[in-house]
Design a protein around this ligand. Structure first.
Ligand code: RB5
Length: 147
């Protein structure tokens, strides 16, 4: 899978760990920054990754900031992006099964390394169920078109 991972200054270490994990799992990984610990504005990174997803240049995005919240709010402004902060196995799984989440947002301040690894693996291997959930996701897409 083509996956871009981005973080603000609060998420750099988690980003490195996730990038390593994705490499080990055989994915095609893009590190969208940041690379230095100077404070940056999370929307700048969120938009970078979200645009890649929106243009279908990658399959999925992963965004990390202190809480996972700011990244999520910003990424969801980009058409075609379905981003949410997940915090355990169940939200990682259901975000794929029911919401076809294409951008996973994670908190560097709250989540531990083992949990993040497990959530990322679950999130990458769980299929969207479609059916009635497809109808609901389509309704969300139509909101972007003002319908
Ligand atoms: C940066 O201080 C912090 O606000 C950011 O990492 C994130 O938690 C925003 O939602």
């Amino acid at each position: 899978m083509r996956i871009a991972v981005g973080s603000d200054h609060r998420g750099i270490q988690v980003k490195s760990k996730i990038t390593e994990l994705l490499g080990r799992l055989g994915h095609d990984v893009t590190d969208a920054g940041v690379h230095e610990s100077n404070p940056v504005d999370y929307p700048d990174i969120a938009v970078k990754v979200a645009n890649l997803v929106s243009r279908k240049e990658i399959d999925r995005g992963i965004l990390i900031c202190g809480t996972g919240l700011g990244m999520c709010i910003a990424a969801n402004k980009i058409p075609g992006v379905r981003a949410a902060p997940c915090h355990d196995d169940l939200t990682a799984e259901m975000s794929r099964r029911h919401n076809d989440l294409n951008v996973l947002c994670l908190s560097s301040d709250i989540l531990g390394e083992k949990l993040i690894d497990r959530m990322v693996e679950i999130w990458l291997t769980t299929e969207f169920e479609g059916g009635r959930h497809g109808r609901r996701v389509d309704k969300i897409s139509k909101l972007e078109e003002g319908r």
